[in-house]
Design a protein around this ligand. Sequence first.
Ligand code: SAM
Length: 257
Amino acid sequence: MSIYAKKSLGQNFLASEGALRKIVDAAKIRKDEIVLEIGPGKGVLTKELLGLGARVIAIEKDHRLIAPLQVTFENDIREKRFFLIEGDALDTPTPLSLIPKEESYKIVANIPYYITGNFLRSYLTLDQQPSTVVILVQKEVAERIVAKDKKESLLSISVKAYGEPKIVAKVPRGSFVPAPKVDSAILAIEKISKENFKSVSEEKFFSLLRKGFAHKRKLLSTNLGIKSDTLRQIGLNPSARAENLAIGDWRKIVESL
Ligand code: SAM
């Protein structure tokens, strides 16, 4: 039975061997490690991950894809190397209930693009964070996250607060069936931790960050309602805009206020 792709679930199935290889290479899969896959679809990426010896927990929202996945990966399910959950990946307690607290895990996925922002927020802020995330995202979103144009954004700093993002490769739209209207990129976020929040509160940090980016063209001091001298005193340019600041600068401001 052929299953038609549902646009509402962001279903663009990956059909490029080269892209699949680059995704799993970037994830540096080690035998027996736990990988959480979001939206396994018809299982092309799942097959690669299992082939490299990972233990895969996959969460798929489309009921129609569950039975075919159970048939394709019957042996892996029996051998307890593959656990398939029908559900919404944004409901994080569901997949996490299968990952022992003391075990580290990676997320490797071709996620539906409409959940990118929510996905990053939901998983990066968890107490039980993944150690690495390797995902396909819209090319422009990946470029904004790494600040390719050297201009930081609320999105880029929100990701860099937890890890180190890098673009692994571009993936043209023709690599998917059906082809989406945009090109994609493989984004890897490595060294994920809450190290940044040892000395500053996560809540204060994000509340300040949102204020700082509220009006992009205004000076940072205006957005934050502080004197430009306050910025000078902590070694920052008094006429800086939010987009000029790196993650460490934001931490300095939070610590100084
Ligand atoms: N991994 C497959 C591939 O690379 O061919 C499918 C990728 S497709 C872009 C996204 C998949 O995520 C679809 O199978 C879709 O049904 C599923 N999906 C969409 N929203 C989801 C959600 N909130 N939670 C879990 N899966 C979701």
